[in-house]
Design a protein around this ligand. Structure first.
Ligand SMILES: C[S@@+](CC[C@H](N)C(=O)[O-])C[C@H]1O[C@@H](n2cnc3c(N)ncnc32)[C@H](O)[C@@H]1O
Length: 315
């Protein structure tokens, strides 16, 4: 039978916990007070957060854990993990970093501190791209700024005829994307280069003669002035290079336009996820600056009815 260590026993007594007949602690007892602490710390959706952390501690799939946690128990080390993770969450560490992995579309990705956490609306973007390419036979894709690999790897997972190359400025993200590719068994169709796209050095030397059918990117697009409105999870724990799009949010996207002129084959497409003010601006930039080179095809809305995604064609 499991026995509490002296430390956790002391903790259990201090918190007025009641143990079960097995000597373990019912999860419902361990939860006491944490909902309020999370709320006080400004964490939204506390029930979801608690259930994610309980599932993670018990190494169970989220959807197999009952909402009322009935019959679930923590042993001693699980209880101390649970408390440690909740303390981190009260300090507004993102759930994804606490848990160390996150589901995106139908794949599970490892996460790492400083690497951009894939967002739910990016799943919508990826679905849109998949929908447009699902009947193709062969697609050479390039991703600019792949982060954890979420977009490329979920497309590769769904569409077996796609090959993908990604460039990424962060060393940590480059390593993580490669690790995720291997964990998902996609390393044969995926390559990632640690490269910062810059004016006049858009691609690494070894790729400078290659052309692509499709370029995708979710570039940093937050306007610098909007940083003051972001949650602590983002400002404190995420890498600002993954977010900062300069004064109009399009600093990196403008580099992607130039890259697309050089590296898309004629008729190839550039798909971008951007902020909701950007699609009309991008359309204007295409008309004013890229006539005869790039053509604005269409824009698309996310589930919150915000115009967020654009499709551009190489003329
Ligand atoms: C908003 S994140 C998107 C990450 C990933 N595509 C996703 O959707 O989860 C932008 C990514 O672009 C990378 N990045 C920013 N500027 C870059 C540049 N000039 N060249 C290459 N990568 C860049 C950042 O490091 C970051 O990983």
């Amino acid at each position: 039978m499991f026995k509490f260590t002296t430390r956790t026993l002391r903790l259990a007594l201090k918190r007025n916990y009641t143990t079960s007949a097995s000597g373990n602690l019912p999860v419902t007892n361990a939860l006491k007070g944490w909902r309020e602490k999370l709320k006080d710390a400004g964490v939204e959706d506390t029930d979801f957060n608690l259930k994610c952390i309980v599932s993670h501690v018990l190494k169970k799939k989220f959807n197999t854990v009952p909402d009322d946690f009935a019959q679930l128990e923590f042993n001693s080390s699980q209880l101390s993990d649970f408390e440690r993770f909740l303390e981190a969450r009260c300090a507004r560490m993102p759930l994804q970093h606490i848990i160390g992995e996150w589901d995106f579309m139908d794949i599970t990705l490892k996460t790492a501190p400083t690497v951009f956490i894939p967002r739910p609306e990016t799943e919508e973007f990826v679905r849109l791209v998949i929908e447009n390419y699902k009947n193709d036979k062969q697609v050479n894709m390039l991703e600019v700024g792949c982060g954890s690999g979420a977009m490329s790897l979920s497309i590769l997972h769904r569409l077996p005829f796609v090959d993908a190359i990604a460039i990424e400025r962060s060393k940590a993200a480059t390593a993580l994307a490669w690790e995720n590719a291997k964990l998902l068994g996609l390393q044969e169709r995926f390559k990632v280069y640690n490269h910062t796209m810059e004016e006049d050095k858009y691609m690494p030397d070894e790729l400078k003669d290659k052309k692509y059918d499709l370029i995708i990117s979710n570039p940093p697009y937050v306007k610098t002035e909007e940083f003051q409105f972001l949650h602590p999870e983002v400002v404190v724990y995420e890498n600002l290079n993954a977010l900062d799009g300069g004064s109009d949010g399009l600093r990196v996207a403008r580099l992607v336009f130039e890259l697309a002129c050089r590296y898309l084959r004629s008729g190839g497409k550039l798909w971008l996820e951007l902020g909701n003010e950007h699609p009309p601006l991008v359309k204007t930039i295409m008309n004013l600056k890229y006539q005869g080179r790039l053509k604005f095809v269409d824009s698309y809305y996310d589930q919150y009815k915000r115009e967020r995604f654009v499709q551009i064609e190489k003329v």
